[in-house]
Design a protein around this ligand. Structure first.
Ligand code: MN
Length: 227
């Protein structure tokens, strides 16, 4: 096949213990999936799941140096468990959902909170608040063979050494299997899809020059520096 412009390189994630990489198809995110964060965002913590997306090439594999984005005075971090799929489908039953999982990673759903607040107020889309360049720093994937299917474990994030987020993935309102099953009623999921599964309480505003370090027990760690 000939292309009229150069073809974009695939977005790939490193895989722990494997020289081969994981090609990313789509990146979905769950909103307000921990009661503690839903409450800090003004909700009662018992909403059904809702979803948004980031462009795959908005990921920043391996973290590292992240350019502070334009059009915001309130950039915030959301540390999240990320699920990577090796299989998909539509209307996946909850009891079959975990068989679709290739592995897990630690990600940060970087958010221009001021733009998100304006979007919510005016009923506008969230893309420019959530899907900007380098808005999805993410660690290497840990395959299920090593990660198992983590149902609990500390999820934390520090800014310049100070702990800001400190929760447990057991606190998720909707667990991984339920998220996959529910999302697959809206879209047909496929191998290569990632799902950011929501963040615990403690989101805070960060600035150029800040160093962020985060992790999930049994899954991995990730560091970024805002430049
Ligand atoms: Mn999020």
């Amino acid at each position: 096949m000939n292309f009229v412009i150069p073809q974009t390189a695939p977005v790939v994630l490193p895989v722990v213990g494997n020289d081969a990489v994981f090609p990313v198809r789509r990146v979905y995110c769950v909103g307000q999936n921990y009661a503690s964060h839903a409450i800090e965002m003004g909700h009662d913590g018992r909403q059904p799941p809702f979803f948004f997306a980031k462009p795959a090439d908005a990921l920043a594999p391996g973290g590292g140096r992240i350019a502070y984005p334009p059009h915001t005075a309130n950039l915030q971090h959301e540390v999240e468990l990320v699920v990577a799929l090796l299989d998909g489908g539509a209307d996946i039953p909850v009891e079959q959902a975990l068989a679709c999982v290739f592995g897990y990673a630690v990600g940060i759903d970087l958010t221009r909170r001021d733009l998100q607040a304006q979007a919510k107020e005016k009923g506008r889309p969230w893309e420019m608040a959530k899907g900007f360049d380098q808005s999805g720093p993410i660690s290497a994937l840990l395959p299920v063979a090593q990660a198992k299917h983590p149902a609990n474990g500390r999820i934390w994030l520090k800014v310049n050494g100070t702990t800001r987020q400190d929760g447990d993935i057991a606190q998720m309102t909707w667990n991984v299997a339920e998220i996959i099953a529910n999302l697959s009623t809206y879209v047909t999921l496929a191998a290569g899809d990632l799902i950011f599964t929501g963040t615990p309480a403690g989101v805070s505003t960060v600035a150029r020059g800040d160093s962020l370090e985060c992790g999930i027990d049994g899954v991995g760690e990730l560091k970024i520096e805002l430049i």
